[in-house]
Ligand binder design. Structure first.
Ligand code: G4F
Length: 336
C-alpha cells in the first residue's frame, strides 16, 4: 500500500522539494493550495512544474477551519507536513496581526481537524530557529530557551507549543522541526540570500547598478532546503514523536554571503552593495547557529551541501535564468 501524505505550503520552496522527495519514495502526495493560487498556476505553482501531473491538489485556506476540516473528511492521510505560513520575518513587523492569525490559527486548525478526524495521522510542524531570537545559548539546541524577536518568531513559538500540547494531551504523533535557515535556487526573492543572488544577476546583465541591503553583520546558519526536507520525513518515521534541531553547525554573515556570491561572478561586492537603513528590522536576530547532534544520532541525518556549495549553486542558477525584466520590477524587488 502506498503511503499518503498531505503537504500544506506545497507551492513554496520546502513544499516543492518535499513533494519531489516523497514521490521518489513512492508516496501518494497531496498538496493543500489556496484557491487564489490556482487562478495563477504559471506563477504560483511554478516550483511544482516538474511534479504537477503526479500530485493531487486539495483547495483549502489556512484561515478557514471549515475548508481544512473538509480536506481531512474526504481523504485519510498517513502523514501531514504543515509547512504553510507567512514566513517572511520583515513582513511580520509590517502586519503582525495577519502573520499571527494565519500562522497560529492555521496550525491550530490543522491540529484540531486531525484530532477530530484522523488522530493516527503523523504530523510535522515547521518550527524555526527564529524562535531562539535573542539567543540565550550558542550553539542552539532543542533545550535552548526561546526568546522570539518578531511577530513571526512569536507565532512559531505558539505553533511549537500547540504541536507539543497535542502530542502530550491527546497522544498524537506530532513532531516539531526546528529548522535553521535553508535556501536554494527556489528561495523567494524577498529573503536575503535570493535577493543577493538575483540582484547580482541583474547587475551582471546591466539591469541594475547596485543592491540595497540592511544589516550585513547578521549571522545565519544556512543550509540547503533539499537536505532539510529529508529531515522532516525522517522525523515522522521514528518510533516515537520528538523535536529536532536541523542545521549545518556553521554560521556566516550576510556580508560573507555577498562577498562569496559577487566574487563567484567576478565582482567585488563593495562596489555594488549599498546600506539601506529602511531594510533594518525593529528588532534583529544577530546570530543563529544550530547544534543538530540529536538529529545526527537519532535520524542519521546530515547536510550534504555546505555554505560555499549553496552560494555557488544559487549564483549560477540566477545567472543562468534571470532574464531581462522591466525597470519597474527591479525597483519593486530592491525595495523589499
Ligand atoms: O533572509 P532573511 O529574511 O531570513 P530570516 O529573517 O533569518 O528568516 C528566515 O529563516 C528563518 C529560520 O531561522 C525562517 F523561519 C524564516 O521563515 C525565514 O525563512 O534575513 C536574514 C538576515 C536578517 O538578519 C536580515 O536582517 O539578513 C538580514 N538582511 C540584511 N539585509 C536582510 C536584508 N534580509 C532581507 N530579507 N533583506 C535585506 O535586504
Amino acid at each position: 500500500m502506498k503511503k499518503k501524505a498531505l503537504i500544506t505550503g506545497i507551492t513554496g520552496q520546502d513544499g516543492s522539494y518535499l513533494a519531489e522527495h516523497l514521490l521518489s519514495l513512492g508516496y501518494e502526495v497531496h498538496g493543500l493550495v489556496r484557491r487564489v493560487a490556482l487562478e495563477q498556476p504559471e506563477s504560483r505553482l511554478s516550483r511544482l512544474q516538474g511534479v504537477l501531473g503526479q500530485i493531487q491538489i486539495q483547495p483549502a485556506n489556512l484561515d478557514s477551519y471549515a475548508s481544512i476540516f473538509h480536506v481531512f473528511s474526504k481523504q485519510q492521510f498517513d502523514e501531514c507536513y504543515h509547512l504553510a505560513a507567512q514566513s517572511f520575518v520583515a513582513e511580520s513587523f509590517a502586519d503582525g496581526f495577519s502573520t499571527m492569525a494565519t500562522n497560529i490559527n492555521g496550525t491550530h486548525y490543522v491540529l484540531a481537524a486531525l484530532r477530530e478526524l484522523q488522530p493516527k495521522c503523523r504530523y510535522y510542524f515547521a518550527g524555526s530557529s527564529e524562535m531562539f531570537g535573542k539567543v540565550r545559548q550558542t550553539p542552539q539546541q532543542e533545550t535552548t530557551p526561546f526568546h522570539p524577536r518578531s511577530p513571526y518568531g512569536i507565532s512559531k513559538v505558539a505553533g511549537f507549543h500547540l504541536t507539543m500540547n497535542y502530542r502530550e494531551a491527546y497522544g498524537m504523533f506530532c513532531c516539531n522541526g526546528i529548522l535553521f535557515n535553508h535556501e536554494s535556487p527556489r528561495r523567494g526573492f524577498e529573503f536575503v540570500t535570493r535577493k543577493i543572488t538575483s540582484g547580482l544577476a541583474r547587475i551582471k546583465r546591466g539591469l541594475a547598478s547596485e543592491l540595497r541591503l540592511g544589516n550585513l553583520e547578521a549571522k545565519r546558519d544556512w543550509g540547503h532546503a533539499r537536505d532539510y526536507v529529508k529531515a522532516m520525513h525522517l522525523m515522522l518515521q521514528q518510533p516515537s514523536p520528538d523535536d529536532y534541531v536541523i542545521a549545518t553547525g556553521e554560521a556566516h554573515s550576510v556580508r560573507e554571503f555577498c562577498e562569496l556570491a559577487f566574487s563567484e561572478a567576478g565582482f567585488d561586492y563593495r562596489n555594488y552593495v549599498k546600506k539601506d537603513e529602511s531594510v533594518y528590522r525593529p528588532a534583529e536576530v544577530d546570530l543563529l547557529i544550530g547544534d543538530a547532534s540529536k538529529a545526527h544520532a537519532a535520524l542519521k541525518w546530515r547536510p550534504t551541501v555546505d555554505f560555499t556549495g549553496l552560494v555557488k549553486e544559487m549564483v549560477h542558477s540566477d545567472l543562468a535564468t534571470i532574464s531581462p525584466v522591466a525597470k519597474d520590477d527591479v525597483a519593486v524587488v530592491s525595495a523589499i
